[in-house]
Write a protein that binds this ligand. Structure first.
Ligand SMILES: N[C@@H](CCC(=O)N[C@@H](CS)C(=O)NCC(=O)O)C(=O)O
Length: 200
């Protein structure tokens, strides 16, 4: 299997962390590409018409995207149990959506600054995106600590990669301030071998 990859992408990191957690990091070949919303990699465009990372080419079927489809597929393939059954499944999917949503807004803030010239950038839009990130973090810190304290699942991986991305690209925002429970959880999660092996 071939994974279209960039070491800086938190969505790609989710997939690679999950592979490490499954003990299957060697099961995919990493095809590193450089792509942005304004200049798409042509090979990636063939694999995923949306030209977004990650995409997973498989010998036995269609190329998979987006990251949530890929993580669910790999967990199913290797029977990892990272999407549990019962009530915890819906929590896991919602937690994963929360982590992914934080990444969406955090990545789009970087695009605004890097892909638009200074005169056309919108500080209001950037702050509105940070507002979504901040509310997601507050929800994690107040409503999700009990789930996060339980067995690792796909939601934990998404949240861990989202927080890692905030440290990587938005360090000045000090996301830990006033969110001590979440910060404490992340300290432990960031020390996992799957995370240290994939630090951007
Ligand atoms: N919802 C998508 C988001 C993927 C995404 O936004 N990837 C970024 C890299 S971090 C990308 O490929 N951006 C290029 C573009 O938007 O054209 C997923 O979960 O895979």
């Amino acid at each position: 299997m071939k994974l279209y990859h960039s070491p800086a992408s938190p969505f790609v990191r989710k997939v690679v962390v999950l592979l490490h957690e499954l003990g299957k990091a060697d099961a995919v070949e990493l095809a590193t590409v450089t792509t942005t919303a304004l200049a798409s990699d042509t090979g990636l465009m063939v694999a995923n018409p949306l030209a977004r990372l990650p995409a997973l080419e498989r010998p036995e079927g269609v190329t998979l995207y987006d990251s949530r489809v890929i993580t669910a597929y790999l967990d199913d393939l290797y029977q990892g149990g990272l999407y549990p059954s019962g009530a915890r499944r819906w929590e896991t999917l919602t937690l994963e959506a929360t982590g992914d949503g934080i990444m969406d807004s955090a990545v789009s803030m970087i695009y605004e600054v890097r892909l638009r010239d200074a005169a056309r950038q919108s500080p209001e839009w950037i702050e509105a995106q940070w507002g979504k990130v901040a509310r997601g973090l507050d929800a994690l810190n107040t409503r999700w600590m009990s789930h996060l304290s339980g067995p690792i699942g796909a939601g934990h991986i998404s949240v861990g990669c989202a927080l890692g991305y905030l440290d990587f690209r938005h360090e000045g925002r000090d996301w830990r301030k006033g969110r001590e429970a979440l910060a404490g959880w992340y300290e432990g999660f960031a020390a996992r071998a799957s995370m240290t092996a994939t630090t951007p």
